[in-house]
Design a protein around this ligand. Structure first.
Ligand code: AMP
Length: 205
């Protein structure tokens, strides 16, 4: 029997401050590498919209710009990563955000016999992201894009999420990419940086 040519799995994280363009880049990278983009923010927003039990619990934290408690977030990610489409790789956007979530993700991956391939940090100046979020707030009406909430989300990012970047740096997984520029340019920076690390070039590219 001819062996099936399987493309190597890619397990990626996308980290960066709110407004750095993670969601936009995640969708493009997911298509490029043929893996699902999993955004905990999107999952929470859809639960809020559908008024699920999880959504009702998460809403107040989200509206205030605070992280939803790890106990709720970790279960959601554990379930999502157990779905069949994530078996061959995934791109997580917006998770992990705390040291506790890093430990949980390690445990989830270990239980599947997997590990991360790279962590992409999208680097962006806070003043630039504040302006971007102000525009997004006007265009999309996201309840957590008001000025004061945006500033609080940046603080939460600095306090809770920035420190975890060093953890991945120490593991040799970190790929830093300048997030300021045209959308295409930033995507190109990310895919080039990843291909330098031996990531597969997609068949369609
Ligand atoms: P985002 O779309 O990634 O900016 O997330 C929007 C909001 O969802 C955040 O401000 C948090 O309230 C919540 N959220 C998303 N991902 C996480 C996470 N990994 N841990 C805790 N809260 C999260």
């Amino acid at each position: 029997m001819t062996p099936v040519q399987e493309r190597p799995a890619s397990r990626l994280l996308l980290i960066g401050p709110p407004g750095a363009g993670k969601g936009t880049q995640a969708a493009r990278l997911a298509e490029y590498y043929g893996i699902p983009a999993i955004s905990t923010g999107d999952i929470f927003r859809s639960n809020v919209k559908n008024e699920t039990e999880l959504g009702l619990k998460a809403k107040a934290y989200m509206d205030a710009g605070d992280n939803v408690p790890d106990s709720l977030t970790n279960d959601l990610v554990r379930d999502r990563l157990s779905e069949v489409d994530a078996a061959g790789g995934f791109l997580l956007d917006g998770y992990p955000r705390t040291a506790d979530q890093v430990r949980e993700l390690d445990a989830i991956l270990l239980s599947h016999g997997h590990s991360l391939d790279a962590v992409v940090e999208i680097v962006a100046d806070p003043e630039v992201v504040i302006e971007r979020l102000r525009l997004r707030g006007q265009e999309q009406g996201r309840s957590d894009d008001s000025d004061s909430v945006v500033r609080h989300r940046l603080e939460v990012y600095r306090e809770q999420t920035e420190p975890i970047i060093d953890i991945y740096g120490a593991r040799g997984l970190l790929v830093e990419v300048n997030g300021i520029g045209e959308i295409d340019e930033v995507t190109e920076r990310i895919t080039s940086a990843l291909s330098e690390r031996g990531f597969p070039q997609p068949m369609s590219a």
